[in-house]
Write a protein that binds this ligand. Structure first.
Ligand SMILES: [Mn+2]
Length: 424
């Protein structure tokens, strides 16, 4: 019976976003860390392709956002061309997404490579270039076809592309859909991001199509898609490397297997695989009532609880609460910075000045009273002007800013040292 089984294996990865401008902003990496991360991301991709080569998969499926078309560099394109060509005759099927969109200027376009003095894509790289769905035959297996399309602009695609049957015209028993779009009901941390709702489709719409399996891209969290009968019909691998604090924990690629047994109904499974050597973690702690020593221990625990690995990982630490004015909080925070690849602290703590009693006749007492009055006034002013939303009217002082000024002033008066809070 074994000889009647047909197997098809693949590697699926997407949303690598090579050469995107991600590493600035909230991640707060230094120039040299950014450089290191960029190289590491290319190495992670290389390891994935190497593993696929070792396993002799039947295809590599890339449903979009492999790179950012507007910022990708010549060396990165070269690296991709070289890495892909090492796979010999294993086909690499790419359905360009909104970031690596297929335009005249796209590096996917052979003429662009020629003009830039770069070598062409090797023959095993197959890129969908049209706006409408096309079918491509597997170069080595006549029982397998791929169906896909290309984004041609970095724009939100509002059309429901799957609300009617996609014509396959293949006759092949195994049909792989390689697609960049948003699955309704997807609930990852990036689901609410503006412009995410692009090329939308529902599980029902996907299930109504004649695809064997759908390799999906665009959503950044690993998510399997099941039919109403409980069969696996597709999956998002999620982003291939972590680039922001919304992409916490392991980032994945998928090794997939489709087996067609005597029933002739294909059975799909996917196995997640982590290739990047670093993860991003978000940890939070309320430091209220903690001494310096305990604060230090609790911060370490809060980070470890998330699963962060010393030395390797990137940490976003959110601190809140109040601490005794005499505690050297900055030193505590500095102490564990070296334990990880990078630690970004969002510090919303305050020294606990106002729990003490200040003599109203002292400079400090007068200062506090004046600043609290100032804070009340600006808050009332903003409320009267209907400007409670702090993102509005950036020119006017908010209550929060007035409070910052109060605490900075007290820092200066009490400790002759001001802890500037690092708040995003
Ligand atoms: Mn996308």
């Amino acid at each position: 019976m074994e000889s009647q089984l047909k197997r098809f294996t693949f590697l699926q990865l997407s949303d690598v976003h090579l050469d995107s401008r991600f590493l600035s902003g909230r991640l707060g990496l230094s120039q040299s860390q950014r450089y290191e991360r960029n190289n590491e991301m290319l190495l992670s991709l290389y390891r994935a392709l190497e593993e696929a080569g070792n396993r002799r998969v039947d295809a590599i499926l890339i449903p979009g956002d492999l790179f950012d078309a507007d910022t990708i560099t010549g060396p990165t394109i070269n690296y991709l061309i070289e890495s892909f060509s090492r796979l010999g005759d294993i086909p690499i099927i790419i359905a360009p997404g909104n970031r690596d969109y297929y335009s005249f200027a796209s590096p996917y376009n052979p003429k662009v490579l020629q003009a830039r003095g770069l070598p062409p894509w090797p023959d095993n790289v197959i890129v969908f270039d049209a706006d409408e769905f096309k079918t491509i035959k597997h170069p080595l297996r006549d029982d397998v076809c791929f169906i896909g399309r290309a984004f041609q602009k970095n724009e939100v695609e509002r059309r429901r592309l799957l609300n009617r049957p996609v014509a396959l015209r293949t006759g092949a028993p195994l049909n792989f859909f390689v697609h960049h779009g948003f699955l309704e009901g997807y609930a990852g941390p990036d689901a609410e991001i503006a412009d995410k709702y692009s090329a939308p489709f529902s599980v029902e719409e996907l299930e109504s199509q004649a695809f064997t399996y759908s390799a999906l891209g665009h959503c950044h969290e690993f998510a399997e898609v099941y039919s109403s009968q409980g069969k696996l019909i597709g999956a998002y691998a999620g982003s291939f490397v972590g680039r922001s604090f919304e992409e916490a924990g392991p980032r994945l690629a998928l090794f997939g297997t489709v087996i067609v047994g005597p029933s002739r109904i294909p059975e799909c499974t996917v196995e997640p695989f982590e290739f990047d050597n670093r993860r991003i973690y978000v940890a939070g702690l309320d430091v209220s009532g903690l001494t310096e020593e305990v604060m230090s221990e609790e911060i370490t625990l809060a980070i470890q609880d998330q699963g962060a690995r010393t030395g390797d990982d990137i940490i976003y630490l959110h601190l809140e609460g109040s601490y005794p004015p005499e505690a050297d909080k900055s030193a505590v925070v500095e102490n564990f910075r070296d334990n990880y690849f990078h630690v970004r602290v969002a510090d919303h703590t305050r020294p606990d000045y106002l729990s003490e009693r200040f003599d109203e006749r002292t400079t400090e007492g007068k200062f506090i009273e004046a600043m609290l009055e100032y804070k009340r006034r600006v808050e009332k002013g903003r409320a009267d002007a209907n400007l409670l939303d702090p993102s509005q009217a950036p020119d006017s002082v908010s209550g929060g800013t007035a409070e910052d000024a109060l605490y900075y002033g007290l820092d200066a008066l009490r400790r002759q040292r001001v802890d500037i809070r690092n708040v995003d």
